[in-house]
Design a protein around this ligand. Structure first.
Ligand code: ZN
Length: 408
């Protein structure tokens, strides 16, 4: 163990004097390893439509709930919340992209300094607990990877090669296979590196963007994932397995470019941010079920709101403070308005037109209609009771929680 780790444990022990989050977490991780799986896009309909016998066993013998996920119902917001055990109001991550007030531009959330609270990996690191973060997406590793002892993603394998005895071969992010390969890598880590006590796996929702729950292709994918999870349990029977998702998925029929709409209606705005937009455009073309609207000047508020509310497919237009309060968002990182779509409608940039009818096969997320997901807690010896898990971001929050520690 490194001197720094020993030092932090000692400091932790002195400060807490024998009864606090530090010692509680150390007790948990000494007793058992913890596997966290963030199954991207794994809505309940997908679970119910597929043969997943191991997850059924987890449901029966552990905790199983449908819980709210965080809004906007996009990956980064939920992944960062799960990986820190906090809401966006605390961690600052309100989308896959954000409006940078300094540069006055839309930017991708890729800079780790945007995350304002310590991740589970940092907390583990400070206690001398080894962790691993396996993700299909580079952006996850960029923001969260710093304190993880092992990281893995298709785009970052070259940098990490020396750490992996047999570097796994990873397909690209637009495939089902990359998920299997990530699971294989997790299995090998559990087998060969028992000193790694916390393993966080983040899969891709590409299959759910592509296929409805009733499609054979997605059923094969989910059954295969189920057997991989069963395999992890076989390899590490001591380990707690915690699973949740970031959002579910729905077919969408129409898209609005709200910037264009506002310009056309002579109520122009400064910029509209689609929090779902990321570098993986094949998934959803950067369109999602909610949007942040930034005004040119505050006196435009009433007229812009009227324009937005006049659109077919807009469920609600919340002010900054209403949205921050309702969805636990950080007010300084959202627009003057948050626009919420109905179940059929998405928002984003449409290359010069205000409206587009979407293909019959188009599936996406981001609205309140995708903000509920399954949550499983299995074989977790010291986990709190089911009532604790009121949202997906609490999946692993208890591991380092003061309240949990004081209860034990
Ligand atoms: Zn996702």
């Amino acid at each position: 163990m490194k001197v720094k780790s020993l030092l932090s444990i000692a400091i932790c022990a002195i400060i807490i004097a024998g009864s606090g989050p530090c010692l509680y977490a150390q007790k948990v991780f000494k007793q058992q390893r913890v596997i966290i799986i963030m199954m991207d896009g794994f809505g309940e309909k997908y679970y119910r439509a597929s043969a997943m016998p191991f997850l059924n066993q987890m449901e029966q013998h552990g905790i199983y709930k449908i819980v709210p996920s965080l809004m906007p119902a996009v990956t980064n917001v939920n992944n960062m919340a799960i990986a820190t055990g906090t809401t966006p109001a605390i961690n600052g991550i309100t989308g896959n992209v954000f409006f940078n007030a300094k540069t006055q531009k839309e930017e991708y959330v890729e800079d780790p300094s945007l995350l304002l609270t310590p991740s589970l990996f940092e907390k583990a690191h400070n206690l001398g607990i080894k962790s691993a973060l396996l993700s299909v997406k580079l952006k996850t590793i960029e923001v969260l990877g710093k304190y993880a002892d092992y990281t893995l993603c298709p785009e970052c394998l070259a940098v990490q090669k020396d750490k992996w005895a047999n570097p796994p071969v990873l397909s690209d992010v637009y495939s089902r296979e990359v998920n299997y390969q990530i699971m294989d890598a997790a299995d090998s880590l559990l087998k060969n590196k028992p000193e790694v006590r916390l393993v966080f796996i983040h899969t891709t929702d590409y299959p759910m963007h592509m296929w409805t729950p009733e499609t054979d292709s997605v059923k094969v994918f989910l059954s295969t994932m189920d057997s991989y999870i069963a395999k992890l349990h076989q390899t590490a029977p001591d380990a707690a397995i915690l699973i949740t998702a970031d959002h579910s998925m729905n077919h969408k029929t129409q898209a609005w470019d709200l910037f264009q709409v506002c310009a056309d209606k002579h109520t122009p705005v400064k910029i509209v941010i689609s929090p779902e937009k990321d570098r993986y455009m094949k998934h959803h073309k950067g369109l999602g079920g909610s949007a942040y609207v930034y005004l040119l000047k505050s006196s435009d508020a009433a007229s812009v709101k009227k324009t937005l509310l006049g659109l077919n497919g807009v469920d609600a237009v919340l002010t900054k403070s209403e949205a921050a309060a309702k969805y636990h968002l950080m007010a300084s990182r959202i627009g003057d308005f948050m626009v919420l779509g109905d179940v059929n409608t998405v928002f984003g940039q449409l290359n010069g037109v205000a409206y587009e009818k979407l293909a019959d096969t188009y599936r996406s997320h981001g609205s309140a209609y995708e903000a509920h997901v399954p949550l499983f807690v299995y074989n977790a010896k010291t986990a709190p009771a089911a009532g604790y898990f009121t949202s997906n971001y609490k999946l692993a929050a208890w591991l380092f929680s003061d309240k949990q520690a004081s209860k034990k």
